[in-house]
Write a protein of this length. Sequence first.
Length: 347
Amino acid sequence: MEEKKLTICFFGIYNHEYARNCVLINGLKQNGVKILECRSDKNGLFKYLDLIKKHWEIRKHYDVLFVAFPGFQTMILARFLTRKKIVFDLFAPIYESEVFDRKTTKKGTLKAKYYCFLDWLSCKFANKILLDTNENIKYFVRKFNIKREKFYRLFVGTDISIFNPREKKESNKFVVHFHGTNIPLQGIEYILESAKILEKQKDIQFNIIGSSVKKQYGNYDLKNINFKENVPYEKLCDFINQSDICLGIFGNTGKTQKVIPNKVYECIACRKPVITADTPAIKELFNENDLYLIPRANPEELSKAILELKGNSILRGNLSQNGYNKLTQNCTPKILGEKLIDIINEK
């Protein structure tokens, strides 16, 4: 008798093209899971009414409801809509993101307390909760007093059908690539200070992609930096592949210690050597044989790392190949889809 195919309802106001969601949806499909998407693009309260209506139509046709990122509000709604198992992809808790990372509101304010309440309540209502690192899980259990057994680590990974090695055109420049934003986690100020230190190295070119970075630092008076606006996600791979080395995150924040950012996975998937901060989170998957690890918030060490990699093609090759092997053995969509199925099926 043929085994019944698992059907998962992806639920919320998520962007199904966002890297995390895209990887999980594709990974589950590659493992034979049927996906029903129940999502809304409407604004305000209308999005919740839209989700209620759409869920009613499919309520009997799935096995597990998956609240996709961002889901801190829709998770609460989901608990009132079904008694089926709910898996919540917490991924980036709103309290820490808005208060300590983006700094859109101050600690202790009514808004900050509201964000804290949303994080806590959404986790209380979920059956199982996903975070990307054990460091993030430890923080959340300690901060919100949620039972540890509800949490499961699922690395971010990346879509290797989008990010993969391609031929680099010949160039007389040694290209250092970064893509991201100007939030503190990224540590863009340390990258700019490093570029200043290396200003006399005429053959080193920094390519920095990110509209918010260009807006804030675009007039920075350094000829070795090329600022670019955001590019379509699927085009990032082209820029990564035309670089010699790539940069991760360097910020002097608590979040820096707890995450492995998308960009690290994306650059490794293109088989590029990556320099990033040496943190507990990064070492949950990678080590010094896979990445060039340096102290965070340290432009002098970043400059030294760039120069060492520039002068050592063997080291660049070893790091890029080791990192690529580690990623393809642990963090492809298919592998992460398998792990997510195991998490769902675990009693």
